[in-house]
Design a protein around this ligand. Structure first.
Ligand SMILES: *Cc1c(COP(=O)(O)O)cnc(C)c1O
Length: 363
């Protein structure tokens, strides 16, 4: 446990829970391999820590979004595992980190194939075909050109062909089967290569979504990959924040910026040392609940930059120095916080602030 001042909030990250989630997913993805997606600093939880824990558990494939994330991850986990960069990079830009670019266009293919031919050493790369996101990846016209001329890939060591699902978290969406069919068609026209398909939710859609390599991210971190069913994953994060002060206010007194909430009875207000600058979203104002030893504590008024206020009138035992669980307690899982903020668990996690003391449980 790192040193924690009485006024500091603590973000606890349960690495064994992440590993257990990965092992569950690895069993689900078998006989295909299962990667760890650790982009955006491991969904805000720390890519180096998460990467090392997954690597020690046997994970051999990692995905990041950006080049620098890949370089940093390589430094953290050492040589060996594949680290693929979803946003791609130009030949040579990864220095000596040995990263694998995702080729998202025919221009990317030409760049890496050309570098491979020029050096006489085929460049390891992943080819991304778009089947329904219209975001990155070869479009239908580019796919047709590549299918008609496999020579465009000469100089590339094609590790995988991948695509990405747009609606995997909506099991009943017709997009899912349509994308699976388009992906199968695309692979038919391309040189034989292993396939890389499902994200977390896609891994729960059935055998049509199995592949040689799955790419789960959110489920590793405890976000529910099956939103219409109970969460099969273990919880991973907990945010415990200290009460700086408890004050008594008479009925009628407003609390916080904008005076948006006023006491309807004589009340006790606990002021907690976390705000929107810590990623505790301002849209949680008057909506969230914290957890104190299993009891709900309602957020009152606006979340401000560094402070948030809670109504503890019905919890007279709470005093300055106590800690409320703002994320990861009863009624405030990342998904529940997200729902109250009008967003998704991914944004709650990737917004987690830099000011928290981070305590990594290692089991
Ligand atoms: C973020 C991402 C993933 C992981 O998605 P989750 O929904 O977090 O499992 C997989 N593939 C691509 C291309 C991504 O951008």
């Amino acid at each position: 446990m790192p040193r924690v001042a009485s006024t500091e909030a603590v973000l606890t990250v349960d690495l064994p829970a992440i590993v257990a989630n990965w092992k569950d997913l690895a069993a689900r993805g078998a006989p295909g391999a299962v990667a760890g997606v650790v982009k955006a600093d491991g969904y805000g939880l720390g890519a180096a820590e998460v990467g090392r824990a997954l690597r020690a558990a046997g994970c051999r494939h990692f995905f990041v979004a950006q080049l620098q994330e890949g370089i940093d991850l390589r430094a953290a986990i050492g040589p060996g595992p594949m680290i693929a960069v979803l946003g791609g990079f130009r030949p040579g830009e990864d220095d000596d980190a040995g990263l694998v670019p995702v080729m998202n266009s025919l221009g990317d293919v030409a760049a890496h194939a050309g570098a491979g031919r020029a050096s006489g050493v085929a460049r390891r790369a992943i080819l991304h075909v778009d089947t329904g996101m219209a975001r990155l990846g070869l479009d239908a016209g580019e796919l047709a050109r590549l299918s008609a001329d496999h020579g465009l890939l000469a100089g590339v060591d094609l590790l995988y062909v991948m695509t990405h699902l747009a609606c995997a978290d909506e099991a009943s969406s017709p997009m899912n089967a349509a994308q699976a069919a388009r992906f199968a068609d695309a692979c038919e026209g391309l040189p034989a290569a292993r396939r890389c398909f499902a994200n977390s939710s896609g891994m729960f859609l059935g055998p049509d979504f199995a592949s040689d390599l799955s790419r789960p991210g959110c489920a590793l971190y405890g976000i529910n990959p099956t939103p219409d069913r109970p969460n099969p994953m273990r919880q991973v994060v907990r945010l415990d924040a200290p009460v700086l002060q408890v004050r008594e206010i008479p009925a009628g007194i407003p609390v916080g910026y904008g005076a948006t909430w006023a006491a309807g009875r004589p009340s006790r207000v606990a002021t907690v040392a976390v705000g929107y600058a810590d990623g505790y979203l301002r849209s949680l104002s008057s909506r969230a609940v914290a957890d104190f030893r299993g009891r709900p504590v309602p957020l009152i008024g606006r979340v401000s930059m560094d402070l948030t206020t809670f109504d503890v009138t019905d919890l007279p035992e709470i005093a300055a120095g106590d800690r409320l669980t703002l994320i990861g307690g009863a009624g405030c899982s990342p998904d529940e916080v997200a729902a109250r903020a009008g967003t998704i668990g991914y944004e709650v996690l990737t917004s987690l602030g830099a000011r928290y003391v981070r305590d990594y449980l290692r089991g």
